[in-house]
Design a protein around this ligand. Sequence first.
Ligand SMILES: [Zn+2]
Length: 105
Amino acid sequence: MARPPTIAIGPPDVVNVRWSDGASHRHRARDLRLACPCAHCIHEITRRPLLDPATIPADLACLDSTRIGNYATRFLWSDGHSSGLYTNDLLRRLGAATASGPGTG
Ligand SMILES: [Zn+2]
């Protein structure tokens, strides 16, 4: 089971995710917001995106993060949205997609 990462916000539009195995990823807050897995943003059954990226400001910031048990993290975004539970697996996948190759970071 993936262990929960350490989340550090800063600058406000950047979310740094560090894993216990030493991997770390730097996400634009807006990119994580667009990947929100909640039922408002992704259709629960079809997995079709319901969120229009045009409605998310380019300078969207992450205001806070809360660990949910050992399996997920909840973020509070500057657009007021906070219902997405980002599981460790999801964050890890998003991080892998962000890393463009060796030496990133
Ligand atoms: Zn959402």
